[in-house]
Ligand binder design. Structure first.
Ligand SMILES: *Cc1c(COP(=O)(O)O)cnc(C)c1O
Length: 344
């Protein structure tokens, strides 16, 4: 008889979270995992074998790039291509390509990929498209509605929303989840803890209002930053100056999301002075919290790259990333102004 016999295989609280997240994403199935990274590990283990090939954006989360590169030792090769140039994705397709992997918008430069166009490329080549929907969450963007087959989540970010737990999930067709993913979960055990699933369930109850409110604050902050003499450039999909502004508005329910990046005058010293002068923002590389977090990508998320690799990726020393929370935006502007005032 089918039942909850052991929590590595299935658990009532985890199942409730999976059903609600699937409903939000518009997919028929979902499987919770212990972290966002273990969701990606499970994706590759469930769908690919030695000799298969992946096409992936070169701008995805750093650990995702490292994990996919690690699969080379099992005979699974990954080609990394431009986030925004669909032609590069098409050109990278091979007869053995089984999976396309994208993330939109990206961290920290908020580059947006055309999910519907990538789904077409994937399906024309007999492959599946997986989209990491961490930055928008289903409250703003539903990749399945745009043609994606699978959606990856780090529940650690906006789904929890208050920096309390590490969690992850893969959403997709129920038949595919049952046939390919559940057996991997049962044997490999990247299971989500019921307590963490319960915390994410509480987070999902406020996801929509948090995403709307944090995105609105980020939009106000991005517009304000554009006018500051100490700020050289602002990266935010909600700004008309963003190269994929129209696409982002169409894909993301007219919202830019809650992450804003910007370049200050004075390179590394200017960025450090701005970050160190803050009193409200938390200095941390995490994101998705209701408390605003601020980080220096060149020395944290992209700290292990060479200076040449960083330049190629557009991660300059003056770049600062802010993941906007729920504080009054004037308080955040005042907090940033403390450091910016000395740079102009
Ligand atoms: C944080 C993050 C992940 C990894 O999630 P964890 O829960 O930390 O394992 C994957 N993708 C993106 C876009 C992320 O921001």
């Amino acid at each position: 008889e089918e039942a909850f016999v052991y929590s590595r295989f299935g658990n009532p609280t985890v199942t409730m979270m999976e059903r609600r997240l699937a409903a939000l994403e518009g997919s028929s199935g979902c499987i919770g995992t212990g972290s966002g990274m273990s969701a990606i590990l499970m994706l590759v283990m469930a769908l690919l074998k030695g000799g298969d090939h992946i096409v992936c954006s070169q701008s995805v989360f750093g650990s995702t790039i490292r994990l996919l590169q690690d699969f080379a030792k099992f005979g699974i090769e990954t080609s990394f291509v431009s986030q925004t140039d669909v032609g590069q994705w098409r050109a990278a397709m091979r007869p053995n390509t089984k999976l396309l992997f994208a993330e939109s918008p990206t961290n920290p430069l908020t580059e947006v990929c055309d999910i519907a166009a990538l789904a077409e490329v994937a399906h024309a080549g007999g492959a599946l498209l997986a989209v990491d929907n961490c930055f928008c969450s289903p409250a703003l963007q539903q990749p399945v509605k745009l043609g994606a087959d699978l959606v990856i989540h780090s529940g650690t970010k906006y789904l929890d929303g208050q920096g309390r737990v590490v969690a992850g999930a893969v959403c997709g067709p129920a038949e595919l989840i049952d046939a390919k993913f559940v057996p991997v979960m049962r044997s490999a055990g990247m299971s989500l803890s019921p307590f963490n699933a319960w915390v994410v369930l509480k987070g999902l109850e406020t996801l929509s209002v948090r995403m709307q409110a944090q995105s609105a604050r980020a939009s106000t902050l991005a517009r304000w930053l554009q006018e500051q003499p100490a700020v050289e450039r602002v990266y935010y999909p909600g700004l008309a100056s963003h190269p994929q502004h129209a696409l982002a508005m169409a894909q993301q329910s007219g919202c830019g999301g809650a992450v804003v990046s910007f370049v200050v005058k004075g390179e590394r010293a200017g960025a450090f002075a701005t970050i160190d002068a803050t009193r409200i923002c938390s200095i941390t590389a995490n994101l998705g919290d209701t408390k605003t977090t601020i980080t220096h990508p060149a020395s944290t998320s992209h700290g292990r790259l060479s200076e040449a690799q960083r330049q190629a990726a557009g991660i300059t020393q003056g770049l600062i990333r802010v993941a906007v929370g729920l504080e009054d935006i004037v308080d955040i502007q005042t907090d940033l102004q403390r450091g910016l005032a000395g740079l102009a």
